[in-house]
Ligand binder design. Sequence first.
Ligand code: AOS
Ligand code: ZN
Ligand code: ZN
Ligand code: ZN
Length: 374
Amino acid sequence: MLDLSKLVIETPSWGYADSGTRFGVFPQPGRPRNTFEKLDDAAEVHRLTGTAPKVALHFPWDTVDDYDELRAEIESRGLQVGAVNPNLFQDPDYKLGSVTHPNPAVREKAVAHMLECVEIATALGASAQSLWLADGTNYPGQDDLRERRRRMIHALTQVYAALPSEQELLVEYKFFEPAFYATDLADWGSSLLTCLKLGERAKVLVDLGHHAQGTNIEQIVALLADEGRLGGFHFNNRKYADDDLIVGSVNPFELFLIFVELTALDELPRLTIDQSHNIEAKVEAMTLSVINLQEAYAKALLVDRSALSSYQRAGDVLGGHEVLLDAFNTDVRPACAEARVALGGAENPIRALRESGYAARMATERESEQELTR
Ligand code: AOS
Ligand code: ZN
Ligand code: ZN
Ligand code: ZN
């Protein structure tokens, strides 16, 4: 039987809440009204898949009065705390940037928020602080590019110095949006150079939607892993930009090739989903993403590594390629279904979810107009 037990997926608390595009948000019936209800949805995804025991949190969206209670609530649902994500993009003060802002008072505010998140992470027992900076400029000449870089490194150095030894600092990059001229951490190289300055627990986080079209993401993964700086992933899929669609829905071959790199490692890195569901049912979408991750992982496990390396050493160009295709074209769905059941999940999670009536039940239970946390 295929062994999927080493695959641990972290789902994002923010992926269960209402979200949309800048053109509009379509509120969904049964959407969680607070962090605890997001945790219920995450627990449902784990119940169905047997593989999503971790939940990434986002602050201040997931702010509560008592973090011991939050931790207990997470654990009582059979879940574990994932990465803590500070929010450095929503406050109006961050219009010109957070840690790169020309005004030192704003940079100090951003550092203070990150330090608060380090404390939250410590209280929750989280092992990582995951940073995404929306910082950048929209027009040539708007700000000094090298100055901005120095400001950022200075700020992150302060945060890194405050990290307890069990926490990592994950540094995400993205080449555009919301900045449309120069994003301060635009690519893996900018993130890696920053991490090298910070220290060995600073690592790069790869979000699949954050590259230019045609970028070879699996090669970036191989490079970062080889340097010991692959901190983790934000899984999602896209056709055009940072579309945040269901994992594996558009380009399953790319996902498989990433897993071919990951299964060559001694240990899998942090595997977080980062999706934003505009029109699809959220718990269903998250469940399907976990299934697609299981299948990509299962196919990567099937790669005949010794045949692959023989073809590679012999310089047989298509021999190696065919080894990958053999694995990718194998129907792993029955084996994954069997493995899921062994993990305590469902044979067919989407069908089980629909038959359980979970969505309808939540729509009734959560119909009160209690304020949303984001
Ligand atoms: C934004 O594009 C990044 O992918 C962030 O990682 C993420 O979407 C955000 O932290 C959640 O709002
Ligand atoms: Zn992301
Ligand atoms: Zn993104
Ligand atoms: Zn994205």
